[in-house]
Design a protein around this ligand. Structure first.
Ligand SMILES: Cc1cc2nc3c(=O)[nH]c(=O)nc-3n(C[C@H](O)[C@H](O)[C@H](O)COP(=O)(O)OP(=O)(O)OC[C@H]3O[C@@H](n4cnc5c(N)ncnc54)[C@H](O)[C@@H]3O)c2cc1C
Length: 492
């Protein structure tokens, strides 16, 4: 996709740009292009309209809706494919001097607009930095470049007899850099942890070009960890260029279980008890009645109930014990055993995604919202978010499952769908999101468990963080005085 063309016009007429930017002067554009070509070579820079359009959005449903309506969310001026950390260091130095944005781009599977270049500038596509650098069996670690695709990484590990345990639904269409940038969570997170738990150390380029590297050690107490500022920063504080992660021997045994509960509360209580007993199944998913009906309609014994899916994996003897303890706890809490089949069905279909573009022309809007909450407020949060969403005129579906669990609390993953009866689909979408976010905040939850903030959630970030948001702004200003790194995100 790269080209050797010289700088073209900022955009062609014929489509509306939702976040338009002032065009760079031809002189400035040609100067920056020449400098970028000097750094990464001509084949690794493009100003072609087709490339700029390809990097104009991520997987935020509203950005997709804009595209289907013929609108372009935003256009970068340049698309660049760096191949080394030094390339990135030089690129951000130029960007600082020229005061133009730099937006790291993994695979654009972020769902909140985090990778959209709202102020133009340089999109850094990280996919040419996708090597596995070292696999260390003594330490059980792997070191990789950030542009590696999730499935390629996991397949590499599986072939060598390991797993990273980080299996997001977007495994086939996301990168390590995006995971760290958004603080992602995989479907097997209850055993293996979230990406921030799995990370050992990283290398990153800060906004003024400095390269930082943390030591790969299991733990140290040497001042606050500067590298962890990059986690969840969505590319606003620098570019992650390398990461070392924990890995595990490939599980010897996998056990599949499922139980139907009369109420969500009983199901939650079972999981809370399992975790208190020190059992951490890799996958724990508890669906409310609506989602049980939607996803497990062929499990007759679960009709009208809430189904719990458990997948335990690891050492054979431990898995046998985990399975036995989980069974006792679930049946003690009124869970009816529904066998392996529903869990096997989930395993088979876990990467299936409903193509939202098929609904868009019909003005039907769907989205998902993941939040987290402590156990003692979990039912209150679930009920308030569901009723807040249902109270919006036009909502047809409002449901949830819980998919990431801790001894202290839980992540709820809500789904809503509907159509606006009066205003535009976008207004409807924003009204439902607003109702859900307010209900979550009022119930003491966090507005995001693993998708991040991006553009969409920026409007509630102040309420989420309070004065800490000012501190974040000060850190951003200190590290990035020219505001070049992914501007316009996270309310910064
Ligand atoms: C079908 C589907 C299923 C999904 N399932 C899950 C799931 O199970 N769990 C989950 O957590 N998320 C999930 N997501 C959301 C998304 O996949 C994650 O947010 C993922 O981490 C994004 O990775 P990416 O490489 O596509 O990043 P992008 O979308 O390209 O970028 C995301 C953000 O990270 C920044 N970034 C990218 N690379 C770097 C880097 N090297 N250094 C610094 N910043 C960087 C970008 O600037 C942007 O702000 C899903 C999305 C889809 C579409």
């Amino acid at each position: 996709m790269s080209s050797e063309e010289s700088a073209g016009p900022a955009h062609s007429p014929g489509y509306e740009i939702v976040y338009p930017q002032t065009s760079l002067s031809t002189e400035k554009k040609e100067r920056i292009l020449a400098n970028l070509q000097k750094i990464v070579g001509k084949r690794n820079v493009s100003c072609r309209e087709i490339d700029r359009l390809s990097y104009s959005r991520d997987y935020w449903p509203i950005a997709l809706r804009w595209m289907l309506e013929g609108k372009v969310p935003a256009l970068p001026d340049f698309v660049v494919w760096p191949e080394t950390t030094d390339h990135i260091s030089h690129i951000v130095r130029i960007a600082s001097e020229e005061k133009i944005p730099v937006v790291p781009f993994g695979e654009g599977s972020g769902v909140l607009g985090g990778a959209i270049p709202v102020q133009g500038g340089i999109v850094l596509d990280m996919k040419k930095m996708s090597a596995v650098l070292t696999l260390n069996d003594d330490n059980l670690t792997i070191t990789v470049q950030p542009g590696i695709n999730g499935m390629n990484l996991e397949r590499f590990l599986n072939q060598k007899g390991y797993t990273m345990g980080h299996i997001p639904q977007s495994l086939y269409c996301s990168t390590v850099g995006g995971w760290l940038g958004c603080r992602a969570a995989g479907q097997f997170s209850t055993k293996y942890g979230k990406i921030d738990d799995i990370l050992i150390s990283l290398e990153a380029v800060l906004p003024q070009g400095t390269i930082i590297r943390s030591k790969p050690v299991p733990k140290s107490s040497t001042c606050p960890r500067i590298d962890t500022l990059l986690l969840g920063a969505e590319g606003t504080l620098g570019v992650i260029t390398e990461a070392t992660f924990k890995i595990w021997p490939y599980p010897e045994k996998r056990a599949l279980q499922s139980y139907a509960f009369s109420t969500l509360k009983d199901g939650l209580e079972s999981v809370r008890t399992i975790l208190r007993r020190g059992i951490f199944p890799a996958v724990v998913r508890l669906y409310d009645q609506a989602e049980t009906e939607r996803h497990f309609y062929s499990t007759k014994k679960a009709r009208g109930k809430c189904i719990l899916i458990l997948v335990e994996e690891g050492d054979r003897e431990l898995v046998d014990l985990e399975e036995a303890v989980s069974h006792t706890v679930c049946t003690d809490h009124g869970g009816f055993p529904t066998g392996e089949a529903p869990a096997a069905h989930w395993m088979e279909t876990r990467f299936n995604v409903k193509e939202i573009s098929e609904f868009t022309p019909r003005d039907v809007v769907f989205d998902t919202i993941e939040v987290s909450v402590m156990w003692d407020k979990s039912m209150e949060l679930y009920q308030s978010v569901i009723s807040a969403m249902k109270s919006i005129e036009g909502v047809i579906i409002a449901s949830a499952h819980a998919s990431h669990f801790y001894p202290q609390g839980v992540c709820f993953y809500f789904t809503f769908g509907g159509t606006s009866l009066t205003g535009s689909p976008t207004d409807f979408y924003e009204t439902v999101w607003n109702a859900a976010m307010k209900a979550c905040l009022n119930a003491g939850g966090s507005i995001s468990h693993h998708h991040g903030i991006g553009i969409l959630r920026s409007r509630w970030i102040r309420e989420e963080l309070g004065p800490s948001h000012d501190i974040l702004k000060s850190i951003k200003k200190a590290l990035d005085p020219e505001n070049v790194m992914n501007p316009g995100k996270m309310g910064l």
